[in-house]
Ligand binder design. Structure first.
Ligand SMILES: Nc1ncnc2c1ncn2[C@@H]1O[C@H](COP(=O)(O)OP(=O)(O)OP(=O)(O)O)[C@@H](O)[C@H]1O
Ligand SMILES: [Mg+2]
Length: 232
């Protein structure tokens, strides 16, 4: 089957105020539908840079990016924005929930752009299904201030899932949570793969990484299989 994502020979140099830094160099990655991949790596190794390339927030300097077999390495910003909202869901360490809105209304925000044609009833059904998928349908009417950190992160995951993305990208989604709460969040993310979603989880937590089907480590600009010693 054609992979969802195929990266080959990806290189990226970041130019900031200091000297330019070659963060990724000749990186390869394949992600299939229903596959879950954890990415470990020390701080500054380029994990967030990699996710921003995959999520089309930025473009590689070199290399090829195939999405569902189509070369999107050099697509326009307009097409990138379209793909980003149609095919990708994003979850970050910070939840970015609007505090004056309920859980359901926060999830609804993801349907405002592009999918306004859905009837009210269909929209409501999709929102409730997304909340149910992460186990918090009963909290639909709660505002973030009445939710725990783990519950808030699950609202953020429901918001990412409500448009049925093909790929879910999570950058340290458990960074602000204790291990036990983090486990619930990782389970909620992992559940999306049962519906064929591809999942990439960037984490510093080895236990969370272990729950993914594939565990990789980013180092020297490339992804390596995380060996048992690294995974211990
Ligand atoms: N605009 C920029 N210009 C130059 N260097 C940058 C820029 N943005 C990030 N960097 C550097 O690129 C490297 C990779 O950053 P990145 O955020 O991808 O790392 P990371 O693996 O996500 O780290 P962490 O685990 O701390 O989140 C870091 O050394 C960072 O300092
Ligand atoms: Mg990062």
């Amino acid at each position: 089957m054609t992979p969802l994502i195929e990266l080959s020979g990806i290189s990226k140099t970041l130019k900031g105020q200091g000297a330019p830094r070659n963060v990724l160099s000749g990186l390869d990655l394949t992600l299939h539908s229903g596959q879950s991949v954890a990415i470990l790596g020390r701080s500054g190794s380029g994990k967030s840079t990699l996710l921003s390339l995959i999520g089309l927030f930025d473009r590689p300097d070199e290399g090829r990016y195939l999405f569902c077999g189509k070369d999107i390495s050099r697509i326009s910003e307009r097409r990138a924005a379209r793909l980003r909202s149609d095919e990708f869901g994003f979850v970050f360490q910070r939840f970015f929930l609007l505090k004056q809105l309920t859980a359901a209304q926060n999830v609804a925000m993801a349907l405002v752009n592009g999918q306004g044609w859905l009837s009210r009833r269909k929209r409501r059904a999709r929102i409730m299904a997304a909340l149910d998928q992460v186990g918090i349908a009963h909290l639909a009417k709660h505002r973030p201030s009445r939710l725990s950190g783990g519950e808030q992160q699950r609202v953020a995951i429901a918001r990412a899932l409500v448009r049925a993305p093909r790929v879910l990208l999570a950058d340290e989604p458990t960074g602000a949570l204790d291990t036990e709460t983090g486990n619930l969040v990782v389970d909620a993310l992992h559940a999306s793969t049962a519906r064929g979603c591809g999942l990439i989880l960037v984490t510093h937590d080895h236990d969370h990484a272990e729950r993914m089907g594939t565990v990789l480590r980013l180092g020297e600009g490339k992804l390596h299989q995380a060996g048992p010693r690294v995974r211990a």
